[in-house]
Design a protein around this ligand. Structure first.
Ligand code: BGP
Length: 479
């Protein structure tokens, strides 16, 4: 529907930005920190763009005060960051490393000093290598206990000052890329294992949430899910069915489990008939039901459009654009289930990601209707090339336009009746884009860090920094 007037953003709306430990911190081997699976993976030739890694990243570990100062200047209400498990437990479990706790204590205190609400992500993909070596990490049910213990350590250390928590970041992405396409660590391609790993991760998520109730009774916790709402290419029933399949296999498979502790039936039956359904024990379902979130965190970047895929059709092996050469992304699919297809109605970025603000409104409405949970947009942003002009400015009008239109879509969804907690731009500073190096930039603050050569890591406010500052100051009136 077209609203004549839009509702205002709530007064306590959390205007913010986000990051993740591996992508910003650097200091990969200092103060007791040991290797995560990403520290290992980036050293395998050919895995990341031009061999980039997060050894230094944007050195947030040493420059966090300067970064928080910039957040305060922008008037940010919240900052979402993740904790590196290997700083707290260098080997995944055992003795707590006090230096790791100290770093996050300092960061949290610095944020609170400036009235910036911390949103702490427990897990943003950097599993301790020691756990991968010991029992295959997410491949073993042992991870549930270890993840719960790690989470409890964080609740005890930070729960007095951190009230918003994200359990797992994008379970659907780290498992798919880790176990179906081999683009992320541990680089496996095994469908049966993929579903088993997911089951363990869902159990770990529920176990952490269950414990959270005891340790941080006045806090709120939820997962961050990478939601890409499915569109049908045409009104042909077979394409509509393909989109329906996609929604179930790429979204409900996780969100139903988070919200209800139940797997969706169509996908479950398909996996059973194909011999790849996860092994589930009776007490698992009880645990899943006992770990319900307070909100659904949604990371939204784009919608995906689908059409019918024949039984001998495309697989998930299609080329993924990590170079920024527009037009190099290939379609992917599950034979007999769905196939992705270019949506000619949408503009794309240089990395071939669709730009679709209305898709965000559609996604928020779908999640609201299905789960009746408040929503935190825990990530949304534009990865693009940025250019530093001779006068040291960055005129990123394209990023402003991207964020502006997506915020408008949120306001439309609020007017539709959705309950929205806040919005985190991905990202605050430029950072390492996992597979795409440093040239794919997301920040409101530019960081002089590149693929090659020495760089001074200095921070420069982009045009979008000043624009977002004004949006926050007006509580979204000046969009
Ligand atoms: C999400 C991740 C982020 C971030 C973002 C942008 O999936 O949670 O960590 O990287 O996507 O993706 P990319 O860096 O691949 O462009």
């Amino acid at each position: 529907m077209i609203h004549e007037n839009l509702k205002s953003f709530p007064n306590d709306f959390l205007w913010g930005a986000a990051s993740a430990a591996y992508q910003v911190e650097g200091a990969w081997n200092v103060d007791g920190k040991e290797k995560s699976i990403w520290d290992t993976f980036v050293r395998v030739p050919g895995k990341t763009f031009k061999g980039t890694n997060g050894d230094v990243a944007v050195d947030h570990y040493h420059r966090y005060k300067e970064d928080v100062q910039l957040m305060a200047e922008m008037g940010m209400k919240t900052y979402r960051f993740s904790v590196a498990w290997t700083r707290i437990f260098p080997h995944g479990k055992g003795e707590v490393n006090q230096e790791g706790i100290d770093f996050y204590n300092h960061l949290i205190d610095e944020l609170r000093k400036h009235y910036i609400e911390p949103i702490l992500t427990i897990y943003h993909w950097d599993l301790p290598q020691a756990l991968q070596d010991a029992y295959g990490g997410w491949e073993s049910k042992q991870i549930v206990e270890d993840f719960q213990n790690y989470s409890i350590s964080l609740f005890k250390a930070f729960g007095d000052r951190v009230k918003y928590w994200v359990s797992l970041n994008e379970q659907n992405i780290f498992t798919r890329l880790g176990y179906q396409t081999a683009m992320h660590p541990p680089g496996e391609k095994d469908d049966k294992l993929y579903y088993q790993v997911n089951h363990h991760a869902s159990l770990a998520n529920a176990a952490a949430i269950k414990a959270f109730r005891k340790y941080v009774p006045d806090g709120k916790i939820g997962p961050s899910f990478a939601y890409s709402p499915a569109y049908a290419k045409t009104s042909k029933p077979e394409d509509v069915l393909a989109a329906d399949n996609a929604e179930e296999f790429t979204s409900h498979w996780w969100m139903d489990v988070y919200a209800w502790g139940e797997y969706p039936q169509v996908a479950w039956n398909y996996l059973t008939r194909n011999g790849i359904a996860p092994r589930i024990e009776k007490e698992d379902l009880e645990l899943l039901k006992a770990g319900k979130p307070d909100f659904m965190g949604i990371n939204y970047y784009q919608t995906t459009t689908y059409e019918k895929n024949p039984l001998n059709g495309v697989t998930l092996d299609g080329h993924f654009n990590t170079t920024g050469e527009k037009g190099t992304m290939e379609d992917t699919g599950l034979p007999g289930v769905y196939k992705t297809v270019t949506n000619d109605n949408l503009e794309r970025t240089n990395w071939d990601w669709n730009i679709d603000p209305q898709g965000l409104r559609i996604g928020i409405r779908r999640v609201t209707n299905r789960y009746q949970l408040p929503i935190l947009i825990s990530e949304n942003g534009l990865g693009e090339y940025d250019k530093v002009e001779d006068d040291d400015s960055i005129q990123d009008d394209y990023r402003i336009e991207y964020i502006r239109t997506h915020l408008k879509a949120i306001q439309e969804a609020i007017t539709d009746g959705a309950e929205m907690i806040g919005y985190c731009v991905w990202s605050f500073t430029d950072l390492l884009s996992w597979l795409n190096g440093y040239q794919k930039r997301y920040g409101l603050v530019y960081v002089n860090q590149h693929e090659e050569g020495e760089h001074d890591l200095r921070r420069i406010r982009k045009k979008s920094f000043y624009w977002y500052k004004d949006v926050i100051a007006s509580n979204g009136e000046n969009l």
